[in-house]
Design a protein around this ligand. Sequence first.
Ligand SMILES: [Fe+2]
Length: 385
Amino acid sequence: MKNKELIKTDFLTTRSLTESICAPLEVEDYVPQPIIDVSPPKWHLGHTTWFFEQFVLIPFATNYQLFHEDFAFLFNSYYNHAGERVLRPNRGLMSRPPVREVMQYRSYVTEKLIEMITKQDPAEEILERIILGINHEQQHQELLVYDLKYILGNQPTFPVYGDKFQTKPIAKSDFRKFTEGIYEIGFAGEGFFFDNELGRHRVFLEAFEMAVQLVTNGEYMEFIEAGGYQNFDYWLDEGLSFIKKEGITAPLYWYRKGGEWWNYTLNGFQKVDPSLPVQHVSFYEASAFASWKGCRLPTEFEWEVAADQLNWGQLWEWTNSAYLPYPGFSKVPGALGEYNGKFMVSQHVLRGASVATPSGHSRPTYRNFFHPSSRWVFSGIRLAN
Ligand SMILES: [Fe+2]
């Protein structure tokens, strides 16, 4: 039996955390969409609200009145079952509704949902939808951090956001050995999980070694200085085409100034600290670095087996695994079946969590996924052998 009071608290905490992530922003920062991947903060605020309205209040709340009849069109992301919507590249063109009205939309939906939990005694199925909505909003909290960093980090003035979401220095790494064998992979136990963490299944792994720590900026600078971006031998062909086409010679947000590396951080423009984990690299760069080191990236299965012996949680870690369904994977009918399954092509799995992941939103079976060229993600590198 789900605990209604606990769900109410989690819901309210999540709603206010999203707003507090936006609090240091100026109103002008809420609108731009500098690249397709980056959604405007205003859009995240509206979309996470629409999710609760569309999937909880409309189907289940007694006498629910829509806040605004256009908002489903404006704030639906990719749910074909939920109808027509603003195309993704056009999210940043929406100067209306104003931020103030989106905040009113948030308050309205938050209030109606609390009213529903309190007065209606919702069935388990409805409470499960609310928990999904909370986890969905937590995912967007993390994307919001990536997106606001990209928006601010592409201002000529490099504005300071604040000292939240900073990584910490890491110790020198050593490798742990893991024996060959058959291991169980996928979610088991109590609590929330996404459908892509099922079905739990067995895999056979050869013996492997994995670094306890992530790769540091210092190590990555050695790769750059050794000509790593210029030597085609280290690169996957697709990766080499990508860096050539984009003119990439260092991680995202890095700049060469006075013979030294500097980078934009949410805490301002700073000299690159060699003791911090390297961040904002694509899968291609992670793979090339591993190749230069004479290593490789772990598979998502190796990562899950090794997780309790690794120092993880600062940055998402690129794995060498394509994002595919586990044996027995099934999606629920209707719109919510579109949540994960339809993205299982041309994406790589990242494991772990990052400093932008809300607390309580990580677990060793969690499967994050992005296109291998993505660099605005809070991503890092772990080596395996
Ligand atoms: Fe979403």
